[in-house]
Design a protein around this ligand. Structure first.
Ligand code: AVJ
Length: 331
């Protein structure tokens, strides 16, 4: 057996994002192993997520698009009612396909507001800053790149304007229920009485429907998960053998937790290089790596979430199937 060199100098790329490196190494050296789903969204991840939104099985996107395109005026009225100059902050804006309806309506209604999209993908924010003012003349856009939990404070302290915070697409599902409760309380701290939040929630429904949304036949969700391993190879110079990991999603109707794992198909070692010596990660055969939670809620659970964070319920918007809800709370 060959001796492994402790310091590997050759293939080590310059680590551009130290937080990414640290989170990956921490997650893979903890027990059980895990990665953070916010890192799915590099350029390739953005592209794969676009494809997921076009999958017939992935209903949350279609449902919320229906709400935003069919009930635009009612949504806009909830926001415009206060009349004051507003900051419309969107956490995890993505390409903002759904929000565009609302933005166009608010501009049409002559509402005085600035749109502040926040997204972890720099790629997406550059696109929004350039494209949105062209698509919606008169719209003021000030996009910010970053982790939305970190950037929320910056966006909220941006001005004394009335705040409307959008947190759509079931992004809240990527937190555990405990983290979501903490997040809502945190969010409330950044807001003043009269400020609004609109949260997109994927509701509990037939378990097979939910599971299928995270296990599409075309295998795009599988690629979406595997792309994070590829990203770690690309950006951190690791040597994951992508074919030796299997996508395994599960839905637990008791808890409403839809979780995805990558399962190691064999006993194997993965190396993550670093200038002061690389880290070796040992996988057992069939060892799971936790990738993502997409939590589903009941209407009652969401009402409780808002109440516990000192929000007042204002309105709920549903798609025709009643599978998805955009809930409006007032601080
Ligand atoms: C963008 C977080 C809402 O959890 O449903 C889609 C991401 N993951 N398919 C979700 C996702 C797998 C999505 N969110």
């Amino acid at each position: 057996k060959q001796k492994r060199p402790r310091i590997i100098k050759t293939e080590t790329p310059v680590i551009r994002d130290v937080a990414f490196y640290q989170d990956v190494v921490n997650g893979l050296t903890s027990e059980p192993k895990q990665l953070q789903s916010k890192y799915f969204y590099d350029k390739e991840g953005d592209r794969l997520f676009q494809q997921i939104m076009n999958c017939s099985e992935y209903y949350p996107f279609q449902c919320e698009l229906e709400i935003f395109s069919q009930q635009t005026e009612m949504l806009a009225n909830v926001i415009a009612k206060a009349g004051a100059t507003a900051d419309l902050i969107e956490l995890g804006a993505g390409d903002c396909t759904k929000t565009r309806y609302l933005l166009a309506e608010l501009v049409k209604m002559d509402t005085d507001f600035t749109y502040l999209p926040i997204d972890i993908s720099e790629n997406i924010i550059d696109f929004l800053n350039a494209q949105l003012p062209l698509d919606i003349p008169g719209l003021k856009v000030n996009g910010i790149t970053g982790d939305y939990l970190q950037m929320l404070g910056r966006a909220a302290d941006h001005s004394d304007n009335k705040k409307v915070v959008l947190f759509l697409g079931s992004n809240i599902g990527n937190m555990s229920p405990g983290e979501a409760a903490e997040f809502c309380m945190n969010l409330r701290q950044h807001l003043k009485p009269g400020d609004l939040v609109i949260i997109g929630v994927d509701l509990k429904k037939k378990p097979a429907t939910i599971l299928a949304a995270y296990n599409d036949k075309a295998g795009i969700t599988k690629e979406f998960n595997l792309n994070l391993l590829r990203r770690i190879n690309r950006e951190l110079g690791a040597n994951f053998e992508i074919t030796q990991f299997e996508h395994y999603p599960v839905y637990d109707p008791d808890t409403g937790g839809c979780k995805s794992y990558l399962i190691s198909l064999k006993k194997q070692q993965v190396m993550i290089p670093c200038v002061d010596g690389s880290t070796w990660i040992n996988f057992e055969e069939n060892e799971p790596m936790f990738m993502e939670i997409s939590q589903k809620y009941s209407i009652k659970e969401i009402e409780e979430l808002g109440r516990n964070a000192q929000f007042r319920p204002v309105a709920n918007f549903f798609d025709n199937k009643g599978w998805f809800m955009d809930t409006v709370w007032e601080a």
